[in-house]
Design a protein around this ligand. Structure first.
Ligand code: HEC
Length: 194
């Protein structure tokens, strides 16, 4: 209960609720004025003079920088892969098979029928069905969907070998495959050059 003679107590009362006229702490008042002054400068700088980039522009700029890094990494990668066509060389395919069984089979099954990861033997692809689409998916991964990025873990030649081996699994019909990705558009992978 507040003392009725409290000098800070204001006269008015609503439903028994009364108000104290407390002095605001100095730090609070300074912060308040500081924010108000900042807001005025901010408004004039960004919205009247348009002197600085707003959030959307900053986002675009950073995306552009990020894309350039990506493209540079990708072109470096493409310069180091032996070919844009899957290999038919038995030694490369054997290496690819060994890599696939060791690294990829836990999710895609040894026969490529799919487990956590999708079936790699059918005609339905989430990220594009061309050989270079596969290379890009393996290189970049789809981390948010559980497909690991293999850049850095496998050498470009190893990614090439694993992708070439996967290519030979196409059209095989392993038992109990993971259902195909019917909804996924065919032949259209994410285009990192955009
Ligand atoms: C931890 C589990 C996991 C491992 C290990 C894994 N993948 Fe995947 N992979 C996935 C998942 C999940 C997807 C589906 C991504 C999506 O839905 O976008 C996928 C997608 C793919 C795709 C694209 C399929 C499509 O339909 O477009 C290819 C190609 C692929 N993986 C190859 C490989 C290779 C090669 C390896 C080994 C070097 C490997 N994966 C290892 C989980 C894995």
């Amino acid at each position: 209960m507040n003392d009725d003679h409290d000098p800070l107590l204001l006269d008015h009362e609503i439903d028994g609720i009364r108000e104290l006229d407390n002095k605001l702490p100095r730090w609070w008042v300074l912060l308040f004025y500081g924010c108000t002054i900042f807001a005025a400068f901010y408004l004039v700088y960004f919205h009247v003079l348009r002197a600085g980039p707003l959030m959307a522009a900053e986002y675009d700029r950073e995306m552009k920088v990020g894309n350039e890094i990506k493209i540079a990494a990708m072109s470096k990668f493409e310069a180091t892969i032996p070919s844009a066509e899957p290999s038919k060389d038995a030694a490369v395919l054997d290496q690819g098979k060994a890599l696939f069984l060791r690294n990829c089979a836990p999710c895609h099954r040894p026969d490529g029928g799919g487990l956590v990861g999708p079936n790699l033997t059918d005609d339905y692809w989430i990220h594009g069905s061309s050989f270079s689409d596969n290379l890009k998916t393996i290189w970049n991964g789809v981390p948010e969907k559980g497909m690991v990025t293999w850049r850095g873990t496998l050498k470009p030649t190893e990614i090439y070998a694993a992708a070439s081996y996967i290519y030979t699994l196409r059209g095989t019909t392993p038992p109990n495959p993971k259902p195909r990705e019917d909804q996924a558009p065919k032949q259209t992978g994410p285009n990192i050059y955009e």
